[in-house]
Design a protein around this ligand. Structure first.
Ligand code: BEZ
Length: 403
């Protein structure tokens, strides 16, 4: 039994870190902020509001604004001005969009993105400048808290490795030996499939075919015919948003669901299980959140989100909410001085989020959440937690020399 969540620990726990307290405010320098500066804090947002990831962008924005709204709509006593751009999931447009927010709008915080490729393009601009603070509320690109890690870049979501790695052992433990992986062909899909494969093969499985679908294509028929011909024991997959709805429905319609179980990081069904309907029933996934987590923070968060937006919360809104929490708390710590970059960084490096709907987590040396990963299953259209498959899982942060 996990002392933290009260959820039964599966026998395949991965990794463990001590939960020693962290001196969040130790060593902060005296504030330089001119008392009386009431100008709003500028929050730049670069998220998808169109296309296959539109639901993700909207959910993150809702969660972020809800948390700042709970703090009276203020950061460190100052009002907030949001400047949101639609990323259109375009990597080529990412440098222009980023520069628009940091050079033209001169934002104090930059929140985004969803897409791993855009995250790398943004980090290559933001990291070397040292300012502003970039808070990544989704994009899992391992490199952001690996080879591209930087003092002013923090992630509040996950690395692509984190939810995928435990999934490989879940498939092996379910008795599967031969598996096909299928995902979109870009950093997120490639890194998640590699992580799942690593752990599946470490536990006696074999990936016999890796299928990569150009992003954001949703024409799956030819790939599904190929899977039917190969007849693997299981399929491990990454899709999200609109693409996940289409893939899971097409998979069932192709007659594969009954004989070849589908697994993957939880994005496959998260926020879309209702739209997938019967096609999603029984799918097991691994993720750092599940709707039915019994902690009080989650219950309150879900009720308030439903009231505010008329729809259920999901992992993306949790990530937005926790991003808002970090902004509220760090700006309180510097009494509203958004220019106190060193002090904001010092605060965030020591931060522990005890009241997250996902369960308590803390920041790693590479600025990525150290968090529990849950095994979930869609049952009667809802995600049910089957257990904790990795407690306090920390990304390996390959290539990051911080900390
Ligand atoms: C990514 O591109 O990093 C990503 C997109 C959607 C869900 C999860 C990860």
């Amino acid at each position: 039994m996990s002392a933290k969540t009260g959820i039964p620990r599966r026998h395949f726990l991965v990794g463990s870190v001590a939960t020693a307290g962290v001196a969040a405010l130790g060593g902060l320098s005296p504030f330089r902020f001119a008392i009386g500066n009431t100008a709003p804090v500028k929050v730049g947002i670069l998220l998808p509001y169109s296309g296959t990831y539109a639901m993700l962008g909207e959910s993150i924005t809702n969660g972020l604004k809800m948390r700042i709204g709970q703090a009276g709509g203020k950061l460190g006593g100052r009002g907030v001005e949001y400047i949101a751009l639609d990323s259109e999931m375009s990597v080529p447009k990412a440098p222009t969009n980023t520069n628009k927010l940091i050079k033209k709008e001169k934002v104090d915080f930059l929140v985004g993105p969803v897409h791993s490729g855009i995250a790398a393009a943004m980090a290559k601009i933001i990291g070397p400048r040292g300012t502003p603070l970039m808070l990544v509320p989704n994009a899992g690109n391992n490199d952001i808290t690996g080879s591209l890690c930087a003092p002013n870049i923090f992630r509040t979501s996950f690395s692509n490795w984190q939810p995928a790695f435990p999934g490989g052992k879940v498939m092996a433990d379910d008795g599967h030996k031969r598996c096909v992986t299928i995902s979109w062909k870009y950093r997120a899909g490639i890194q998640m499939m590699a992580a799942g494969r690593e752990n599946f093969e470490a536990h006696g499985g074999e990936v016999i075919k890796d299928i990569q679908v150009p992003f954001p294509n949703v024409e799956f028929q030819a790939y599904l015919s190929e899977i039917a011909a190969i007849k693997p024991d299981a399929v491990f997959s990454f899709f999200s948003g609109g693409g996940a709805v289409k893939f899971v429905k097409d998979y069932a319609a192709a007659g594969l669901k009954a004989n070849i179980p589908l697994y993957g990081p939880g994005f496959l069904t998260e926020g879309v299980a209702e739209a997938q309907g019967a096609a999603a029933e029984g799918i097991k996934t691994t993720l750092h959140y599940a709707a039915d987590l019994g902690n009080e923070a989650n219950r309150r968060f879900r009720a308030e989100y439903q009231r505010a937006f008329g729809k259920p919360a999901n992992v993306f809104s949790v990530q937005g909410y926790d991003t808002g929490s970090l902004m509220v708390r760090s700006m309180e710590a510097v009494a509203g001085d958004a220019g106190a970059t060193r002090d904001l960084i010092a605060f965030l490096e020591g931060v522990e989020v005890a009241d997250s709907p996902r369960g308590a987590w803390k920041m790693s040396r590479a600025h990525n959440p150290i968090q529990d990963i849950y095994l979930r299953q869609v049952q009667n259209g809802q995600h049910r937690v089957l257990g904790v498959v990795a407690e306090d899982l920390e990304d390996p942060a390959e290539g990051c020399s911080m900390g």
